[in-house]
Design a protein around this ligand. Sequence first.
Ligand SMILES: Nc1ncnc2c1ncn2[C@@H]1O[C@H](COP(=O)(O)OP(=O)(O)OP(=O)(O)O)[C@@H](O)[C@H]1O
Length: 359
Amino acid sequence: MKFESLRIAGLRCLDGVAITPAPGISVFVGANGAGKTSVLEAAYLLSHGRSFRAGSRDVLLKRGATSLSVFAEVRAGDDRARRLGLGRESGRWQARVDGDAVSLGSLVQECAVVCFEPGSHDLIAGASDERRRFLDWGLFHVEHGFVNQWRRYQRALKQRNALLRTGAPLDGGLMDPWESELALSGEALSGYRKSYLDRLVPHIQGFMGNVLPELGAFSLRYKAGWDEAMDLAATLHERRGRDLGRGHTTAGPHRADFSIAFEHAPLREHLSRGQEKLCALACLLGQASLHAALRGEWPVVCLDDLASELDRTHQEWVVAQLLGRDVQVLVTGTEVPHALTDQPVTVFHVEQGGVTALL
Ligand SMILES: Nc1ncnc2c1ncn2[C@@H]1O[C@H](COP(=O)(O)OP(=O)(O)OP(=O)(O)O)[C@@H](O)[C@H]1O
């Protein structure tokens, strides 16, 4: 998938911005605080429905503005063109595909963007919800049945938690249907995640061996969110009393996680901050590569502040990985990163909320 155009209004400092990114590599340069990362946030917003930076979607709204909009014309690998939009008007967010109002989920399915940015090490060192989001975003784009199970699970979880908070009788008939729905959709969700990881690991491995060869063999372990010695239905039933005390459901795929280990760094705590970043980069490129294998096209790859995040050797390595492929890349930096100075790139200057192509 590639962006043919991107229009941004009322997003942080950006207003009235119209960009025609190159089909290959585009580099956005400018001073600190100029708005370079915000350009990537706009692209990411269409693909994830949120920013990669902390905070709610609403903080993206330009101070003092009443509306925000991001529109893009995208072309898929099969040459199919689509017009995508996400905007906030009168306090409401609305997604659009080809002019029609659609759910956020339908928009996100049309747009695939992966982003390596200063917070990416959270995928390795941060809370488990980062890793679940990573898995689910990948699944959302390659496995149609997943969305339905995910929605069923979220609905049943909400209902079971609501009943737990009201202190509904444990043996009451109210709990049984939701618990059974939770168990069925939860087992299905977990099955999707496991088979996705089975396919993902070889793709990550291919990159990991190059970025962190000194750490030896890499392995990834999935934790389903409950002790799988027992099925989820029996686990939920057995935990009713405990969950009632806590006021929420303490087992299930909403507690799932995965951990990464290396032959010479068996614990996450053994990794330096730089190694965590490289590990996250390998995971993101692995996800992009699996997406390409299954969908026949690469997602757009964003590299925020590339020169500050990676040493020169790894900058050159990531550029070499991407140059040989049919992938659109959006890079930011205070200047064109060293690894790209001799490459065919289109440079945009970002200044005071505006973006201009440099000829
Ligand atoms: N809601 C908002 N409304 C208006 N301006 C905002 C809002 N949120 C952030 N800003 C400003 O918008 C700019 C956006 O910064 P952004 O992070 O995109 O810049 P950058 O060019 O990537 O900077 P750096 O090189 O420092 O990482 C900053 O000047 C910031 O103060």
